[in-house]
Design a protein around this ligand. Structure first.
Ligand code: BGC
Length: 725
């Protein structure tokens, strides 16, 4: 795949970086590897200018805005001996100012183009604000929804996450070989297996087999690297006992050696210092030695590299070659993106924030992310059917609170004044209905909940249909927001039960950063839809779906648990010798809960129906260097336009290591008008069946396999046997 690293522009940038490197002092070199936060600037002006003068600053995080970054850049260029501009970096996770659905929500679109587009717009807005580098995408596989950071990634599946990983990198950096204006560098994080933290508790240790590490957690990084990802962030936690930040095997042998990464690695904030409490480094100097020697090129937030690398070089513990490799990497990327030639940004460019084009993109992205879980036919509430009817809208997230919380965690510099609330969206989309809004209750318990719930119930009982919006506040997911209980918080359960008790049909909308336990409501509501945290255009997107202008087309990218005790739960697990088949008591199961999730990975309803017709597989034998071609016709057999997601799953039936019961290996989203059909071709390569055996050799083993062409991971309507020969 062509990318920024294999281009003549890169070679030229590298050449210029080499020339510059020759002129640099040791202090200037370590400065290029040091990133600072705002505190240096605001807390201590003296330290800040000393740092400038000594060339100790290579990058900043959290400083943003065209005039702000320009003024700091100007000061820095004036004060330094060698005028090397700083990289301004930021966590642009799902939008800079215009806010898009959370990455987890975006993955439910099963349309990587959604993410390419949202990242492209995010890059443009960030670039206009002086940012040249984002700490995104997060491509951590997350199999445990207790982990709050599940909202930042693309779900539980390796193949799907890999497709979104490359889409995000291309969105941020552009698809060309050069970094054009309005594009910024991506940073894939958190390398690696951060999502495997035990118990879903953030920052906790990860302990997993090397096979799982290589087959499940590494491929999304590989996909982003092939797409040209410029940087990678080391994760905080330890993997099998060695903290990622100081793990030479992972940061050098695997990342650079096996995956072919050519950019630079940045630590996470405090990741180097934390090697001490980990019990891995004796003191800060030792921590710097371990991290830098492992391959962690830049330190986020702080001076330790400036303070200790020169001494470590003098003592021969770090070599000049190691230092120069890291500095060259940073300088090359500074040249490549044009920063060295044009260090300042145009201060007139910020008028694109929240512009119509970006808000429309936010709405269309959001419309593809909602996952319809249940519908007894009540949805859509078409204006024709609901004209003149009374619609109760209940829940704090449907009103003003939703303007803030439905932006989701990590919403950077969003502005809730630009969020369209669900109430606002619905009043527009169902303008012929009477919308009766009541708050019901908040997300956390309040003293007057019994009064406000009673008011909501009274108002709702006089309506024809109830739309209730429940879920999480933005701050309940994201970093350091693990939860031990995935049921609804506060008095939301009581609110829903009371609304159901009115006998009026309830449409439940669940807005959260993570999958929640929705078991009590599944069979009692008329419809249930996950709307996640959809960003600035949430209200319009939700209203368009409810009113039937758009058919929901999202599918789950995480299994939805029946209860918290079921997690971690993921569809692509291996079999045990005693799978839960219900044949006798001694099976791998729970005595108080089913083994299957409430809703499986890949599941999602539409307002229309699809049939997969004339499915053909090119052969029932596949050579170890061969491939199978699967063709089918997808037909929209219902009365609405909509999108079907064709999913290709495989199982290797017998292996030298037990293989997952199912693995996604291909998918395609197909948009079809009512009655329309399209032909779809999917390819399964033998290399898709490769895995690491017990000796850590990557193998494709001969033997019997199955494939399924499905609408969900539990759909086995089309099953095909084939053999690898
Ligand atoms: C997070 C990173 C983030 C960094 C900078 C850390 O605490 O783990 O994901 O990029 O902060 O804000």
């Amino acid at each position: 795949m062509s990318n920024i690293f294999n281009s003549s522009a890169y070679n030229e940038a590298r050449k210029r970086a080499e020339d510059l490197l020759k002129k640099m002092t040791l202090a200037e070199k370590t400065g290029q590897l040091s990133q600072f936060g705002t505190s240096i600037y605001s807390d201590d002006e003296q330290t800040f200018s000393d740092h400038f003068a000594e060339g100790k600053v290579g990058s900043y995080l959290t400083i943003k805005g065209a005039s702000h970054t320009n003024s700091i850049q100007r000061d820095l260029l004036k004060a330094t001996r060698l005028p090397i501009p700083a990289f301004f970096a930021d966590d642009v996770i799902h939008g800079y100012r215009t806010t898009f659905p959370t990455p987890l929500a975006q993955s439910c679109s099963w349309n990587p183009e959604v993410t390419r587009k949202t990242c492209e717009i995010s890059a443009k807005e960030a670039y206009r604000a002086g940012i040249k580098w984002t700490f995104s995408p997060m491509v951590d596989i997350a199999r445990d929804p207790r982990w709050g950071r599940i909202m930042e990634g693309y779900g539980e599946d390796t193949y799907l996450c890999s497709r979104f990983s490359e889409a995000a990198v291309k969105g941020y950096q552009g698809d060309g070989e050069k970094m054009e204006k309005d594009h910024i560098y991506a940073c894939m994080k958190h390398y690696i297996a951060y999502g495997a933290c035990i118990g879903g508790r953030d920052y906790n240790t990860s302990d997993l087999s090397l096979q799982t590490l290589h087959d499940v957690y590494l491929p999304p990084f590989k996909a982003g690297i092939d797409a040209g990802a410029a940087t990678v962030m080391a994760s905080f936690q330890d993997v099998n006992g060695v903290p990622s930040t100081g793990n030479k095997y992972l940061l050098t042998d695997v990342l650079r050696g096996q995956l072919g990464f050519n950019g630079f690695v940045v630590s996470d904030a405090g990741g180097v210092v934390e090697l001490i409490p980990h019990g891995f480094a004796e003191d800060l100097k030792d921590a710097v030695r371990l991290a830098f020697d492992a391959g962690c090129d830049m330190i986020m937030a702080g001076d330790p590299y400036n303070d200790f690398l020169p001494k470590l070089i003098e003592e021969g513990k770090i070599t000049t070659e190691q230092l120069d490799r890291a500095v060259l990497s940073v300088l090359t990327l500074k040249f490549l993106c044009g920063l060295m030639d044009e260090p300042l940004v145009d201060e007139e460019g910020e008028d694109c924030f929240f512009c119509d084009e970006h808000m429309t993109a936010a709405r269309t992205a959001a419309e593809e992310c909602a996952v319809l879980l249940e519908n007894n036919g009540i949805l859509p509430l078409t204006p024709e059917n609901y004209k003149g009817k009374r619609v109760a809208l209940v829940g704090s997230l449907a009103g003003y609170d939703g303007k803030v919380h439905l932006l989701g965690g990590w919403s950077c510099l969003s502005d809730h004044n630009h969020t369209v609330s669900i109430e606002e969206g619905l009043r527009k989309a169902l303008s012929d209905c009477e919308i009766v809004y009541s708050r019901g209750c908040g997300i956390t318990a309040a003293d007057n909940d019994n009064i406000t719930i009673a008011e909501a119930v009274k108002a709702s009982a006089e309506c024809d249909v109830i739309i209730a919006v429940v879920g999480e506040e933005a701050g309940m997911s994201g970093e350091a927001n693990s939860r031990s209980d995935l049921t609804l918080t506060g008095n939301q359960h009581e609110l829903i039960e009371s609304l159901i008790a009115t006998g009026k049909p309830v449409v439940l909308l669940v807005a959260s950063g993570r999958p929640l336990v929705l078991t009590p409501y599944k069979d009692k509501v008329a419809a249930m839809m996950l709307i996640w945290q959809m960003g600035s255009a949430v209200g319009d997107a939700v209203a368009n779906i409810l009113a039937g202008t758009v058919s929901p087309s999202g599918h789950l990218t995480t299994s939805m648990p029946v209860c918290t005790g079921q997690v971690p739960i993921y569809y692509n697990h291996t079999n045990t010798g005693r799978p839960a088949l219900g044949r006798w008591p001694f099976e791998s199961k729970y005595r108080d809960c089913q083994i299957a999730p409430l809703y499986p990975f890949g599941y999602g309803m539409s307002y229309t129906t699809f049939s997969f017709e004339n499915i053909t597989v090119s052969d029932n034998k596949m050579a170890k260097d061969g491939k199978l071609t699967i063709t089918l016709t997808v037909r929209n057999t219902g009365n609405f336009g909509g999108a079907s997601v064709v999913q290709l799953y495989v199982r290797d039936l017998v292996g030298s290591c037990v293989r997952p019961v199912k693995e996604l290996k291909g998918f395609e989203k197909v948009f079809l008008k009512s009655g329309e059909c399209k032909s779809v071709t999917l390819t399964l390569s033998a290399s898709d069946m490769a895995f690491h055996n017990f000796n850590m050799e990557k193998v494709i083993e001969a033997g019997k396999c199955k494939l399924w062409i499905s609408q969900s991971s539990d759909d086995e309507a089309f099953e095909f046997d084939f053999e690898i020969i």
